[in-house]
Write a protein that binds this ligand. Structure first.
Ligand code: SF4
Length: 363
């Protein structure tokens, strides 16, 4: 059956607000039609360049303008990344996602190193994903040629609420980067965060933006905010598990083929809660004691949970075959040193400004 791409906010809200048991049953049925319900992908997220980011995302401890306990570091070496990827593979991960705290990718030595990291992980027969900020068409093509499997670029929330979270770039820039990725054979990973003070209509709005993309993203991470001291969202209340399950279930129903990733916030969830998320359609977790910079369950604890639930880690390249990786000396694409004009709306977000002000008094 062809996938539906004309979802409206009202339709998605109707699903989100269904009686819980009906929602769970429907989501689990869709999940079973499109995926093996006893298989969950284990992925590893590596922070290859931490902190010092010029952006003002209200949830993020990596933004240089807020004062958090985060220790930043420069770009890791190719060998360090390869060693970590090998460790991840040995402990059951089939996918490695490399995150750099950049506003956008800049051509030059650091990007060339990232391309080399992509090549080296591709050679390990793992799915390799990057999240590096905004990206031009040429940069997307260079990543694809190196053998990138997926590019992550989260929409974070609805277009309306985006203005309450980030003032240093616009929602359209996100869509433009996703579009640049779509011009290659790299798959799209894009999702968001709940618990930032958004309404349920905003949650539905984010799902409309994702589910009406054609094709829909192959991967959608659903994060629960982990409030970090010093960030503008430090005082947000924890996300109730019921909201997380509803969000996962709704995502599964509106994007049946997509890999739905249970991402940040798992340390606050019980095993029962996580089991319900898997039943409702989540089919990936991130392993390792840190998720970029925030805490995450230990990999052994996750493997114990898998054993208890009879879940098997998913092999790589189930949905799409391994991309070819072209060596640097045979590349067809050269650096274009473009200077794209990504937007900078610069509107005032009160809580971001307050956190920034507090940071100044702490330094
Ligand atoms: S979420 Fe990404 S872009 Fe935003 S501040 Fe953090 S590292 Fe920078």
């Amino acid at each position: 059956m062809a996938l539906k791409h004309d979802w409206t906010k009202e339709e998605i809200l109707d699903i989100y607000n269904k009686p819980f048991m009906d929602l769970l049953y429907e989501a689990a049925s869709v999940h079973r039609e499109h995926h093996d319900p006893n298989t969950v992908q284990v992925s590893t997220l590596l922070s290859i360049k931490t902190g010092g980011c010029p952006e003002d995302c209200g949830y993020c401890p990596q933004a240089a303008r807020y004062h958090t306990d985060l220790e930043g570091n420069d770009l890791m070496s190719v060998n360090q990344v390869k060693a970590q990827a090998l460790r991840a593979k040995a402990s059951g991960s089939s996918r490695v996602c490399m995150g750099a705290a950049w506003r956008n990718v800049k051509d030059g030595e650091e990007f060339d190193n990232v391309l080399e990291m992509v090549r080296s992980i591709n050679k390990l027969d793992m799915e390799v994903c990057c999240t590096l900020g905004m990206l031009t068409e040429n940069q997307a093509a260079r990543l694809a040629e190196a053998g990138l499997y997926a590019y992550n670029h989260n929409l974070d929330t609805s277009e309306d609420y985006y203005k309450e979270v980030i003032s240093t770039r616009g929602f359209d820039d996100r869509l433009a980067t996703i579009d640049n990725v779509r011009k290659t054979n790299v798959t799209v990973c894009s999702g968001g965060i709940i618990g930032m003070g958004e309404s349920t209509a905003d949650r539905a709005g984010m799902l409309v933006a994702l589910a009406t993309l054609n094709p829909q993203p192959e991967s959608v991470p659903i994060n629960a905010l982990v409030p970090v001291e010093g960030t503008p969202m430090e005082e947000q209340e924890p996300v109730p598990i019921w909201d997380m399950i509803r969000m996962v279930a709704t995502t599964r129903i509106v994007m049946p083929e997509t890999q739905v990733r249970l991402s940040a916030g798992r340390t606050q969830m019980s095993r029962e809660g996580q089991a319900m998320c898997f039943f409702a359609g989540a089919n990936s977790i991130f392993a390792g004691d840190k998720l970029l910079t925030t805490p995450n369950p230990d990999v052994n604890e996750d493997m114990e949970m898998f054993k208890m639930l009879g879940l098997n880690p998913q092999k790589p390249f189930v949905k799409k075959s391994q991309p070819e990786s072209v060596a640097a000396e045979n590349t067809q694409f050269q650096s274009q040193n473009e200077k794209p004009k990504w937007s900078r709306p610069g509107h005032k977000i009160e809580r971001n400004l307050e956190a920034q002000q507090k940071a100044k008094t702490k330094v």
